[in-house]
Design a protein around this ligand. Structure first.
Ligand code: FAD
Ligand code: UDP
Length: 366
């Protein structure tokens, strides 16, 4: 009899497993995919760590979380500075003095503020009720139309007016010449890839891959005092209240016989007539000097049966449905729901780790 069977070996499952194992609990992790790590998994192709499920840049403001991950793997000094291509022109992201100069030729913060103010006056005072209003009130109409609208509608498959405002608040707006995509104090990529982090977390713990919990749910339930479930919450309840929306992605990866394809790890393609949203050139995450390179194009798509679940769509309709599933989950004895899919939240890695640490502390003090 295990104390915990953990369904899913992503960061939530791996952190929980680590903490429980450390406290002497008998733990087993089962994973549907053929590898461990969930969406942070990297595949080594020609000596390059390829982020199989999209670019993953670790960032946090929380020293405790930073120290925690650094116990398992050293991080490099990578700072994410994506470039966006719109109508054939290159712009720096996030929205900062470089972007304002590229767009309007302005050279001082005051000039930039003046333009943004004149373009966002229509929304002054009120609380933005959707992504379009939020974006225009933050950066004005030019930036919204040049760098946000088409990218966002392609990424989410929905009009900006129908998307929640918080999505665009992820991106900093700065009146300095600073292209760092994040404001957090700590940032980097694990040297040698994310698998090292997961291997460190799961050291000494029993794991089994290619196991779908639902194909043998009764058996797993009978073998554990508690199940830690990190898959989609609506799937757990057989979609009994209806399906939550998820956004999925297709990743198309290519090896190229060139040392440097785009000169940056992340290049965003804003225009709606380009089907993909970004090209990732993986070697640049680790300052790779190989003679060849590996790139991945990221094509957003609506989730269909058989796809991977990537982004919860946290609009009000889906949040309402999630609340109903959450109420059901709270009645489920001996099952704990955690992580991006089971909590249905647009969590970054550091937030998932924080959530797993909090949950494990609660569970292990019982
Ligand atoms: P997951 O990693 O999804 O793990 C869940 C695991 O459960 C999966 O391995 C799945 O196969 C398994 N599972 C599901 N159902 C079953 C079942 N029935 N039986 C067995 N196993 C099951 N965060 C950042 O901080 N920085 C970034 O730059 C960043 N970029 C991202 C880019 C993309 C494209 C995406 C999609 C996410 C990104 N994130 C980023 C977010 C990050 O991936 C997540 O916060 C984190 O990996 C979520 O961990 P998790 O354990 O909750 O879920
Ligand atoms: N976004 C945009 N233009 C860009 C990059 C991002 O409009 O060039 C918007 C888009 O709505 C996206 C959100 O900002 O969903 C958050 O972007 P981020 O890069 O954080 O998304 P993720 O890496 O999670 O896909």
């Amino acid at each position: 009899m295990y104390d915990f069977i953990i369904v899913g070996s992503g960061l939530f499952g791996s952190v929980f497993a680590h903490e429980a194992h450390k406290k002497g609990k008998l733990v087993k992790v089962i994973e549907k995919r053929s590898h461990l790590g969930g969406n942070v998994f990297c595949e080594n192709i020609d000596g390059i760590n390829v982020h199989k499920y999209g670019a993953h840049i670790f960032h946090t403001n929380d020293k405790m979380i930073w120290d925690y991950v650094n116990r398992f793997v050293e991080f490099n000094r990578y700072t994410n500075c994506p470039i966006a291509i719109s109508k054939g022109k290159l712009y720096n992201l996030p929205f900062n003095m470089n972007t304002f100069y590229q767009l309007w030729g302005v050279k001082t913060p005051e000039q930039a503020r003046e333009i943004i103010k004149s373009q966002s006056s229509e929304f002054v005072g009120g609380e933005p009720s959707n992504l379009e209003e939020q974006a225009i009130s933050l950066v004005g109409r030019d930036i919204y139309e040049t760098l946000i609208k088409e990218y966002t509608e392609k990424q989410w498959g929905r009009e900006c007016k129908k998307l929640p405002a918080f999505i665009i608040k992820r991106l900093p707006v700065r009146f300095t010449f600073d292209n760092n995509y994040f404001n957090d104090k700590y940032q980097g990529i694990p040297i040698g890839g994310y698998n090292k982090l997961i291997e460190g977390l799961l050291e000494g713990i029993e794991v089994e891959t290619n196991i779908d919990y639902f194909l043998n749910k009764k058996r797993w339930d009978s073998q554990a005092k508690k199940i830690i479930y990190t898959g989609p919450i609506d799937r757990y309840f057989s979609y009994s209240l209806g399906r939550l929306d998820y956004r999925s992605l297709n990743f198309v990866t290519e090896s190229l016989e060139t040392a440097n394809f785009q000169g940056n790890a992340v290049v965003n393609y804003v225009d709606s007539n380009v089907d993909y949203t970004r090209i990732i050139e993986h070697k640049h995450f680790e300052f790779g000097e190989q003679n060849s390179t590996v790139i991945t194009r990221e094509y957003p798509k609506e989730f269909e049966e058989g796809d991977e679940y990537y982004y919860p769509v946290n609009d009000s309709k889906n949040n309402r449905l999630y609340s109903k599933y959450k109420a059901k989950a709270e009645l489920e004895e001996n099952v704990v729901f955690g992580g991006r899919l089971a909590e249905y939240k647009y969590f970054d890695m550091h937030q998932v780790i924080a959530s797993a640490l909090k949950t494990s502390e609660m569970e292990l003090s019982k």
